[in-house]
Design a protein around this ligand. Structure first.
Ligand code: TYD
Ligand code: MG
Length: 462
């Protein structure tokens, strides 16, 4: 009996017998996925004889080997850091990011590094022609032995090529351009994207190949629709950056083989992405002594402290409502800090245009950056520089109270390494800086301020 299938909308669950770009029931686009009908699945189940192999495969947990397969070092230390030590053979990793951010560049370089280490790499391109990839390879030094190219948009061809040549690394660029001839939907539709990921995961496992799958981020900020792809792969790595800047951050959003805390820092140059070894210094733009409108915070991205300069410019506004513009930091957070400054520090910015910029093209999410943003604004308004040697880290409450940053001692140590000597932060619950070790040297340079007013007084004092 032939297996029957229907197309089920992943958003509203309604089904239709034919594939369409738009769900006729809820109106969502690209959500129909070919699915085997319950009656089809049941008849399949009936045809299957029970097997004794399953029972034989059950084993006591103590008998399961915990030895990890040797990882394939990517050769890009900043990427290995994020992956937790390299690529795991037989795994599939999704590399997501906005179009044009540098995914193809990064993965072509990855292929070249893997080949330089003596393993083979296959780059499958569905997006560009072989000639275009070759052109990019020349720029980034990836025309090397051990790297092969295949241009195809057929999933079956890609899978056969991987199974037939068993490379250590297979790059598939991109999930949105491959399609299986066995499914009805066009390339990039949810059903196709899911099929591509599942079939590639299978072939990865079978041949101990690492598959690096490229995925463009959709308008909603996810790869190919919510949750369609991310749970089908072993790890999800995002390449991020401000479009016009050259800094690129590599961050894991999911990682079956390591933590998701680490961040790698790369810089886009004319010859591809290069690692930024001393990332902390990289984001410190201005020289000491500081100028008015600038404040330094130590952000903790995962376990990695990064010194970051926050720049603010406050200028009398012209006609109409004053401008508020930010780069690298959430604009609403800055609006909130402007309100807190007015209410709790007596600094009124109502009649002023306000610009806030995170130096170096970094994007900061951590609320512990609040205090540095507030200090940069206050410093610009008062035309007085933050005292030399000062870094600030702490979250501001709407009440104007200051919360301590996590792991202040780690941040202070990084600040010291870069030539700063004091960290202004909030008080811990017991009155000490949270997590600070008791002892003169640990606390030396750690200054706790209970609220915004006191923190600003200390930061701007001369
Ligand atoms: P690309 O890797 O094609 O991005 P994606 O695959 O994510 O869409 O990179 C796109 C941009 O990177 C492109 O605008 C040019 C720039 N670029 C460099 O600055 N230097 C380089 O060496 C390369 C290869 C690209
Ligand atoms: Mg690309």
């Amino acid at each position: 009996m032939p297996v029957r299938s229907v197309y089920v909308c992943q958003q509203c669950g309604s089904s239709s017998p034919k594939w369409a770009g738009q769900c006729s029931s809820c109106g969502a686009w690209n959500t129909l996925v070919e699915t085997v009908t319950p009656s089809g699945a049941a008849s399949r189940r009936r045809e299957r004889a029970p097997s004794s192999a399953a029972a034989a495969a059950v084993e006591p947990i103590g008998a399961v080997s915990s030895a990890e397969a040797d990882r394939l070092a990517s050769g890009i230390a900043e990427l290995d850091r994020v992956l937790g030590g390299g690529l795991v053979p037989g795994s599939i990793v999704l590399f997501g990011g906005d179009p044009g951010i540098g995914k193809s560049t990064l993965l072509l370089q990855l292929a070249a590094r893997v080949a330089a280490g003596g393993a083979s790499a296959l780059y499958i391109t569905g997006e560009e022609s072989s000639r275009q990839v070759r052109g990019r390879a020349e720029r980034v030094g990836a025309v090397v032995d051990g790297v092969s190219l295949l241009a195809t948009t057929e999933l079956e061809t890609a899978v056969d090529a991987i199974a037939g040549t068993r490379p250590a690394l297979a790059v598939v660029d991109s999930v949105q351009t491959l399609a299986s001839g066995e499914l009805g939907g066009p390339a990039g539709s949810v059903g196709q994207v899911r099929e591509v990921a599942m079939r590639l995961a299978e072939v990865a496992k079978a041949g101990a190949t690492c598959v690096a799958l490229v995925g463009h981020v959709t308008k909603e900020g996810t790869v190919a629709g919510p949750r369609t792809l991310e749970h089908l792969v072993d790890a999800v790595v995002y390449l991020e950056g401000e479009r016009l800047g050259t800094t690129r951050l590599v961050r894991a959003a999911k990682n079956r083989f390591g933590s998701t805390d680490e961040v790698g820092v790369l810089e886009m140059r004319g010859d591809g992405l290069v690692e930024v070894p001393d990332a902390s210094r990289f984001f410190l733009e201005s020289e000491q002594p500081p100028v008015a409108g600038s404040a330094v915070t130590i952000a903790l991205e995962g376990t990695r402290p990064l010194a970051v300069e926050i720049q603010a410019l406050v200028a009398p506004a012209g006609y109409g409502s004053p401008r508020r513009a930010t780069t690298g930091i959430d604009a609403n957070r800055v609006l909130m800090l402007i309100a807190v400054l007015a209410r709790h520090a007596g600094l009124n910015l109502t009649g002023h245009d306000v610009y806030v910029n995170v130096a170096g093209g970094l994007r900061i999410e951590e609320p512990a950056a609040d205090l540095a943003v507030a200090a940069a604004l206050a410093s610009s308004l008062r035309e007085r520089a933050v005292r030399s040697g000062t870094v600030l880290a702490g979250e501001l409450a709407l009440s104007g109270r200051l919360r301590p940053a996590s792991r202040p001692e780690r941040r202070l140590a990084e600040a010291r390494r870069l030539g700063f000597d004091r960290l202004i932060t909030g008080p811990g619950r017991d009155g000490s800086a949270a997590g600070a070790r008791v002892g003169a040297d640990a606390a030396d340079g750690m200054e706790q301020a209970p609220d915004l007013r006191e923190a600003l007084r200390r930061a701007l004092e001369t």
